[in-house]
Design a protein around this ligand. Structure first.
Ligand code: FAD
Length: 293
């Protein structure tokens, strides 16, 4: 189903994000994860898009696998990296031919080894350009990325909010955030956009289940999210005890989700990282406390 329709009809959505596996073992892990998480009732799932050639077909393969084995709506991520507008239009034709109708339109990160994003000649410079290209095509519902703290390249939070405003104006029907751990960052972003757009935009918090201190530090370094003292003080002292660190991390994440939902977040988008147990535990805890239907 198209997500612009689904999101209008569903006040609070649950969604999971997967990445294309790199090898056969990864495929088995992903297949198991999908099998275990689908009974938790996601409204949609999304599949990331890699920077390099071969990984791109894999996004479509994973989407096709999910569409063929479940009834859940799917969304393919798509970036501007290493593609001219003509190539992006070709990819849209290919996606449409395979029944894909939802896209998360992103600029993408610089390829490995490069520090700054350089647009391809004849390509899209920013995600907003890609959103425009997809809107002109007319066959897809489009979502975009949002950054509760600030995108690392943005001059200021306000400049980044303007960019998100632009992405909604160009045709994004909703946004999904980068991971973050402080609820008020989300509330400030949403409320600022509500004022500038004159309506409350649909911004789904992206949730990283905290299960391991070192993995958390690594992930945050890559995506530019900060680790607040409240999280650090709970997990870092027990970093050497994986069972206790995981227990505390899951409890922190569930509590964080509750605070977001109590602040009227219109759903939760979990970075499942192709694993099922942490997400399943958090969703179950949220159902038990009445925060998810
Ligand atoms: C939910 C989610 C999923 C993701 N999935 C993937 C994925 O599958 N594959 C992948 O490679 N990456 C993925 N990413 C990472 C994303 O590609 C990077 O964070 C990237 O650096 C920014 O993408 P964007 O779409 O927000 O870019 P943009 O919206 O283009 O913003 C990039 C920077 O440019 C600035 N900017 C935008 N427009 C202008 C303008 N007109 N003038 C000046 N500055 C401007 C913005 O403020 C920001 O600092 C994902 C991120 C999120 C949050």
């Amino acid at each position: 189903m198209r997500l612009d329709d689904l999101l209008t009809r569903t006040p609070r959505t649950l969604s999971f994000e997967f990445f294309p596996p790199r090898n056969e073992r990864g495929w088995h892990t992903l297949e198991d994860t999908i099998e275990q998480l689908i009974p938790h009732g996601p409204d949609f799932v999304s599949v990331t898009y890699g920077a390099g050639g071969g990984t791109r077909e894999k996004t479509r393969e994973v989407i096709e696998h999910i569409a063929g084995s479940t009834n859940v709506s799917t969304m393919a991520h798509l970036t501007c990296v290493n593609a001219t507008k003509a190539e992006l239009r070709g990819l849209l034709d290919e996606y449409a031919a395979h029944g894909i109708e939802n896209l998360l339109a992103l600029r993408g990160d610089p390829p490995k080894g490069e520090t700054r994003f350089a647009p391809t000649d004849g390509g899209c410079e920013y995600a907003s350009d890609l959103i425009e290209l997809i809107r002109e095509d007319g066959r897809f519902a489009t979502l975009c990325a949002a950054f509760p703290e600030k995108h690392p390249d943005a001059a200021s939070r306000e400049a980044d909010w303007e960019n998100l405003h632009r992405k909604f104006e160009k045709g994004a029907c909703a946004a999904i955030t980068q991971c973050f751990f402080v609820p008020h960052f989300y509330v400030e972003l949403r409320d600022s956009l509500a004022v500038s757009l004159g309506r409350t935009p649909r911004i789904l918090p992206g949730i990283l289940p905290v299960t391991d201190w070192n993995a958390l530090v690594r992930f945050c370094r890559i995506c530019g999210a900060s680790i607040p003292a409240a999280l650090r003080d709970r997990i870092e002292p027990v970093a050497g005890d994986p069972v206790e660190a995981r227990k505390r991390g899951i409890a922190f994440t569930a509590d964080f989700c509750r605070r977001l939902l109590e602040a009227d977040a219109p759903g939760l988008h979990f970075y499942a990282l192709n694993r099922s147990t942490a997400v399943a535990e958090i969703v179950t805890a949220l159902r038990e406390s009445g925060h998810l239907p």
